[in-house]
Write a protein that binds this ligand. Structure first.
Ligand code: AMP
Length: 308
């Protein structure tokens, strides 16, 4: 089992979808990544920051999943990062209504001593300088560094983003972000251009249309499970990333072949995340449920064809 460091937001989210609306609920990239990765019981630590307004029960939820939370700083007099978004009827596109950095504005991440030799570092969606800062603190070079980011950082910190992209092995972004980053419409061309920026592996998430994994000339495609009800897509991308790194942490095999399985696990876990608002579905997800859905995935994609 490889040690896993996760850095990202631990947050309050307020979400509006065509099905309803929530007030401030638990959210954040690192929260979703951690909950998803916990399916593989990795030796994982979350590095983040929250304010004094953050309920202890949310921290307990993460520790009860055996995630080390000693790297989550609590600023008593500060407020927790807040994000609010509204989904369109297609549930694939959304508008960000508010991004309040609060304590995140002055976040100086500290990697706990016993995680400075972690084999895997998952750089969740955050300011690219903070992501770089975490990598700088590692005492041994991680075997695998995975980066997730979003258009917000492309708009506000593009140079810093390019600097961190150079240093990672895998990048996980969605289709629109890949297009924005490369100014290319074709995802195949975009993936090639991103590989030239540094990451040897490029994962492009396409929401309800699944995910693509690129490495050199190889491409792997995993569909998303056709779900009857998508309630709230928030955190699906992070849940995907959590499943991806969680599986790699468990297996310790970072080959392209094994990454295909990691993509399947990521897609499977993301398919649960969207079934309820916020983190609700991920909080009590059983390994049996995951197993059953993996079988469905297999049925969805397997076929026998005679090639003459
Ligand atoms: P996703 O739906 O996978 O893109 O992730 C949604 C999560 O990302 C929410 O729980 C938010 O709290 C968090 N988030 C939104 N905007 C940002 C941002 N600019 N930086 C870091 N995290 C963010």
């Amino acid at each position: 089992m490889s040690k896993l460091v996760i850095v990202g937001t631990v947050a309050f989210d307020a979400i509006e979808t065509p099905f309803g609306k929530t007030d401030k609920i638990l959210g954040g990239a690192a929260t979703y990544i951690g909950l998803s990765a916990s399916q593989f019981s990795p030796d994982a630590s979350i590095i983040s920051i929250v304010g004094g307004d953050f309920p202890q029960k949310h921290l307990d939820l993460l520790s009860n999943k055996n995630i080390d939370i000693s790297g989550i700083q609590i600023v008593k007099e500060g407020k927790t990062f807040f994000w609010s978004g509204r989904y369109h009827n297609d549930m694939n596109s959304r508008d960000t209504l508010a991004t309040e950095l609060n304590t995140l504005a002055d976040f100086n991440p500290v990697v706990p001593k016993n995680y400075k030799n972690a084999e895997i570092v998952m750089l969740g969606n955050l300011h690219p300088i903070v992501q770089s800062n975490v990598l700088d603190q590692m005492e041994t070079k991680p075997k695998l560094v995975v980066l997730d980011t979003m258009n917000f950082w492309m708009d506000t910190a593009l140079n810093d983003l390019h600097n961190i992209i150079k240093r990672v092995d895998v990048i996980s972004i969605n289709d629109e972000e890949a297009r924005q980053l490369t100014e290319e419409y074709s995802l195949a061309v975009a993936a090639r251009k991103i590989q030239a920026m540094g990451p040897k592996y490029v994962v492009i998430k396409k929401g309800e249309h699944g995910a693509l994994l690129f490495h050199n000339e190889n491409v792997f495609y995993a569909p998303a499970l056709p779900l009857e009800e998508v309630f709230d897509p928030t955190g699906a991308g992070d849940t995907f990333a959590g499943g991806f790194v969680g599986y790699l942490a468990k297996t310790g095999d970072f080959s392209f072949e094994n990454m295909k399985n990691a993509v399947i696990y990521g897609s499977t876990l993301a398919s649960f995340c969207v079934e309820k608002f916020g983190t609700e579905r991920m909080e009590n997800l059983s390994s049996n449920e995951v197993h059953k859905r993996l079988l469905k995935f297999k049925q969805l994609t397997q076929f026998e064809i005679e090639l003459t």
